[in-house]
Design a binder for this molecule. Structure first.
Ligand code: FAD
Length: 503
């Protein structure tokens, strides 16, 4: 049984395509309206400028997409995505120095954002009842009874090269991204403005693409696939580049994206500035890798990175016939890599709620849309809480979620040491490691992790061992040297105890 005739998805990027996959089984036809012409291959396009920057696909997102489009992961890998274990495959430089390599429970698939989208598009096109219309600019919504208990969205107005047009819809999904004007169109149609929570931590990304040398051309010390340099949070004299978060992020086709990002600092814009800044980060390994690789792009800089949650769930009478997925409802500081996962997880939630409605033979009435918004709120709270926990500590952060200065200072003083403490404990304790990987991948709220007795025991053990200077896994290797290649994994999940002086 179908729940309706026509579903219309606004926007054909990650959230739009995932939503189309969620709707396909439940409506006779699904129409995706996208302003850009979509490339057949993995290519950049105007509507998704952030594709020039690294995109980590967290495991919760990878799983959600794979549920919506079975075979997605395999296809991403078949097209060149790299299935890696970051703790073994990444050179990771944090406060004290390089971390030791060690196997862990977390693996990830690395690829470019444009490849992720290309594979998503390939999948959605396999649904015979899904049509993706390109070169279509959505201009507005057709509505009835705006703001009343019976208010509903009944269609979409759009423009093509041939002129203005419209389509009637049983359900509309707003997947227009961060800049979506749907909220404004609804206000014009009689709904109250939804409250918006914001916190812009003034994060700027600057990236450049490189072809890597072949494996045989690399020195032996270049064992790593991914390089991560965490910002120095400590006081003292250092170049601003020490406060950058740096990635040399591997993607398909033996390429990497060199990316530097910061909270609130001026970032390099030209290729000369980019190369000069790279030489001033905390380790020479980043610039050396760039020197051995061939640049293939300009420098791309992005500033549109603030956290923004449009609280449609707080409406007393949400419109029937309208759903929000992806950045259009909740966009995050990209440092936390939550956008794709939140978008796909919302699309999966939509699919599951539609399946329940089908099973129960129920209507998509006002209750359905209100329940969906409530369930979505529960999911969004997890990534939002993680983003706030860190961004609220930054002096440069502005928005409705900004804390009074004294509270901000407390958050700033606690958040980095707490993060480092948990990272340290995860290095030494498998249970903490597994839970922390789940938190990082949005599979578990951090509050649940900190309620687990086994995690608390692991944290306590780590605290005691730290106090005694007896660590099971060494850390803090010299940032001026190459990241150490030694594998410190041990059967049973640990390594030989080392004293502080041995690290
Ligand atoms: C610098 C940066 C780095 C990031 N890194 C990560 C990361 O590591 N991991 C992660 O998960 N997320 C990351 N993100 C977030 C991620 O890019 C977004 O969460 C994701 O793109 C959201 O997808 P979306 O489909 O909701 O919106 P978008 O990808 O923004 O797509 C919106 C779509 O709507 C179309 N459109 C817009 N207006 C109209 C209109 N009027 N008519 C028709 N079509 C229209 C656009 O062309 C586009 O196709 C990053 C973001 C930035 C800015």
């Amino acid at each position: 049984m179908k729940l309706g005739t026509t579903a219309v998805v606004l926007g054909g990027s990650a959230a739009g395509v995932c939503s189309a996959g969620a709707l396909a089984r439940h409506f006779e036809r699904v129409l995706v309206l996208e302003r850009d012409d979509l490339p057949a291959e993995a290519e950049h396009r105007r509507g998704v400028p952030q594709s020039k920057h690294p995109h980590f696909l967290l495991n919760s997102g990878r799983r959600a997409i794979n549920e919506l489009f079975p075979g997605f992961e395999d296809e991403l890998i078949a097209r060149g995505g790299l299935h890696l274990m970051p703790s073994m495959d990444a050179g990771y430089l944090q406060g004290e120095g390089w971390s030791a390599r060690k196997s862990s429970s977390m693996t990830m698939i690395y690829s470019s954002r444009i490849l992720i989208e290309r594979v998503l598009r390939d999948h959605v096109r396999r649904h015979e009842n899904v049509t993706v219309r390109e070169g279509v600019t959505v201009r507005g919504l057709a509505t009835r009874g705006g703001g009343t208990p019976n208010g509903e969205v009944t269609g979409v107005r759009f423009a093509t090269a041939a002129g203005e047009d419209h389509v009637e819809a049983d359900i509309v999904v707003d997947a227009l991204g961060r800049g979506s004007a749907v909220g404004e169109w609804l206000v014009a149609a009689g709904w109250p403005a939804a409250p918006v929570q914001t916190l812009d931590a003034k994060v700027t990304y600057t990236s450049r693409w490189y072809d890597l040398p072949s494996a045989s051309e690399r020195p032996e010390s270049w064992w790593w696939k991914h390089l991560v340099i965490m910002p120095t949070e400590g006081k003292g004299e250092h170049p601003p580049e020490h406060e950058y978060l740096v990635n040399f992020f591997p993607i398909e086709g033996n390429r990497a994206i060199a990316c530097m990002g910061s909270w609130g600092l001026a970032m390099p814009r030209t290729t000369e500035e980019f190369v000069a800044s790279a030489r001033r980060v905390r380790t020479p390994v980043f610039a050396a890798a760039m020197d051995r690789s061939t640049p293939t792009s300009e420098v791309h800089l992005t500033r549109a990175t603030g956290n923004k949650w449009r609280r449609y769930d707080r409406w007393q009478h949400p419109p029937r016939g309208l759903v929000f997925v992806g950045d259009s409802i909740c966009a995050f500081n990209p440092f936390y890599a939550q956008g794709l996962s939140s978008a796909s997880s919302s699309a999966l939630l939509l699919r599951d709620q539609l399946a329940i409605a089908t099973e129960q033979g129920s209507q998509l009435d006002a209750g359905f849309y209100a329940r969906l918004l409530t369930a979505q709120r529960t999911r969004l709270k997890v990534p939002w809480g993680l983003a706030m926990a860190r961004d609220r500590g930054y002096e440069c952060a502005v928005g409705t979620e900004q804390l009074p200065e004294w509270r901000r200072r407390i958050v700033a003083a606690l958040s980095d040491p707490a993060f480092r403490f948990i990272v340290g404990a995860a290095r030494e304790d498998d249970v903490v490691d597994q839970h922390f990987a789940r938190v990082f991948n949005l599979d578990e709220p951090i509050g649940d992790m900190l309620k687990s007795p086994r995690v608390l025991a692991g944290l306590l053990r780590y605290q005691v061992r730290s106090a005694l200077g007896r660590h099971r896994v060494p850390f803090g290797f010299d940032p001026q040297a190459e990241p150490p290649a030694t594998d410190y994994s041990m059967p049973g999940g640990g390594a030989s105890p080392v004293t502080a002086s041995a690290r």
